[in-house]
Structure formats: C-alpha cells, structure tokens
Design a protein around this ligand. Structure first.
Ligand code: ASP
Length: 312
C-alpha cells in the first residue's frame, strides 16, 4: 500500500485535520525554549523540490524534517526553465533515482503535484501549487488561531486581498468551512472571483473592507500576487487606500481580534507597519507554528515501516 502524501485540505476529513493540529501542539516549543529534537524519522530522506521562490516554507520544511531526525535535501529549479508535461516527468525520474521517502513540492502550475503523484509512489507533500492549494499554510493558520484559545466553529474570519490568485485563501476556505466558520472573502472585484462563494459552505464575498472587518475575530491579509497577474488588476497607488489594513480598521473588529498574514508581507501595500507590528499581529506565531505543523505532517506521511517509493 503506497504511503499517502498531502496534496490539499479539500480532500482531508475534519478528524484528519484535528489529528494533525493536535499532534502539532506536541511539537510546539515551551515559551523561551527552542524546538525539541526527535528520532521519529531517523534514516528517512525528504527532498524539497521548489520550482517557485520560497523562503519560509522551504526553510520550515527543512527544519521540521531535521527536528524529526530525517535528512533533508533541497532542489530549486527556475520555473522558466521547466515546462509542464515532459519536463515534469523527467524531474520525476531524476527524483525516483534518488529514492527519497517523501517529496515536498512547490510549483507555479495548479495541479502539478497531483499530476506527479499519479506517476510516483513516493508520497508528495504540496507546498503550494499555483493558485490552487497551500495545505500546510492553512494548517499552521488554524493552529495559530486555536492557540489563542478560540474555537474555529462560528468564528468570523475575514480574508482580504488578492483572493483570485491566492492558494492560501483557497486552503483556508476549505479548512475553515469544515469547522463551520463564517468566512468573508474581500478584495477589489477584479481579484474576487464570484465562483469562490460556491467552493465551500459558509463563504460570503464583499468588496467593502469595512464590511468584511466588522465583528471579525480573525483578519487574514494577503499579498497582491503580482507574479501571477498578467495585467494590472488594480492600480498599485490606490490599493493601500482601499484594501490596506490600518489601525483605524481594527476598531471595527472584535476586541480580541488577531491579524494574520502568510508572508511575505509588503508594508504599506496591503498592511501598515503599525498593524503588522502591533499586539494584534500573530504573523511571527504563524511562522513558528509552521515548523510544528510541518513536523506533524511529515510524521503522518513518513512514520512507520520504511518502504522504498519507486516510479512506475
Ligand atoms: N507564501 C504564500 C504562498 O506561497 C503567500 C504569498 O506568497 O503571498 O502562497
């Protein structure tokens, strides 16, 4: 029986998500201590295959693998030198020859890891595919919300920015919807596809930032994904005026509001420095939780009897 990777949140059940989030808590460091090291994955090899730029996700997966005793190797490939189809199969054959136990993969094309998984027994963990999913981001976001003592059920979560190109938004919508949260997607009309209201239950859309923020428990700000836009969807100079999060917005939300951002943040573009550095911001908690959540995911995918994944 081939091992299961992690391609998206959409296909996970609520108990599976809860299991990962609970396990991630076991891996969280105590205040003022560093992460503990484990021997759970000693002798395992994780290959990080990144076709798109990444700082935090790639580093976080590498650190998580090492904390569990696994070896981690990173390969970066310029998206421009890789075309879909044949070259992905070439990459697959190259990797199969290295016999890794898991592949952590980021690719600019939505569905690339799903395509590769059809040819590969080695489990693939999706570290972001195009505008589709970024499952470990949604899991670390959920862990960060839960750490505040909040329940996900009934929470009002406003996700604001470039919704159209955001895999972070999609994975969060899938996850939060499984926990019956109240999800508001907000951005300029050109970056807010109407179809997104249909992908899960509990989703509403608005182009009005004040309306999105009113009574919110959580605000998730998104970066404008210029690398995925073929034409300017909104003039840069006006963006901050209409969709930049500033201190005056916070008064509309619940008093114990938290502000999140998957990073990289663009100060003065989608979030002001005052908000990013305020007591409300849990942006660095998200980064820290990235490690414990990825430890939980790697353990889930890799722990147990060792088998050799081969291409067929
Ligand atoms: N780091 C996140 C991603 O890879 C968000 C972003 O890049 O804006 O999707």
């Amino acid at each position: 029986m081939p091992r299961q990777g992690l391609l998206g949140i959409d296909t996970l059940t609520r108990p599976e998500i809860e299991q990962i989030l609970d396990r991630a808590r076991d891996f969280q460091p105590r205040p003022d201590e560093s992460f503990r090291k484990f021997n759970i994955l000693t002798g395992r090899m994780v290959v990080n295959l990144f076709f798109e730029a990444s700082t935090r996700t790639r580093t976080s997966f590498e650190i998580a693998a090492k904390h569990l005793g696994a070896d981690a190797v990173s390969i970066t490939a310029q998206a421009s030198s890789v075309s879909k189809g044949e070259s992905l199969v070439d990459t697959l054959n190259t990797l199969a020859a290295m016999r890794p136990d898991a592949i952590v993969m980021r690719h600019a094309s939505s569905g690339a890891p799903h395509f590769l998984q059809r040819y590969l027994e080695t489990p693939i963990i999706n570290a972001g595919d195009g505008t589709h999913e970024h499952p470990t981001q949604a899991l670390l976001d959920a862990r960060t919300i839960l750490d505040r003592g909040a329940k996900l059920e009934g929470l009002r979560v406003a996700i604001i920015g470039d919704i159209a190109h955001s895999r972070v938004a999609r994975s969060n919508v899938y996850l939060l919807s499984k926990f019956a949260a109240d999800i508001v997607l907000c951005g300029p009309a050109s970056l807010l596809p109407k179809e997104l209201a249909q992908i899960a239950t509990g989703v509403t859309l608005t182009t009005d930032m004040n309306e999105a923020i009113r009574d919110a428990d959580v605000i998730m700000m998104l970066r404008v994904q210029l690398e995925r836009q073929h034409e300017a969807a909104f003039p840069a100079s006006e963006y901050f005026r209409f969709y930049g999060l500033r201190p005056e917005h916070l008064r509309l939300a619940k008093p114990d509001l938290i502000v999140m951002h998957p990073g990289p943040i663009n100060r003065g573009r989608e979030i002001s420095s005052e908000v990013a550095d305020s007591q409300r911001s849990v942006i660095l908690n998200q980064v820290e939780n990235g490690i414990s959540v990825r430890m939980a995911v790697l353990e889930r995918v890799l722990a147990g009897e060792k088998t050799n994944g081969t291409a067929h």
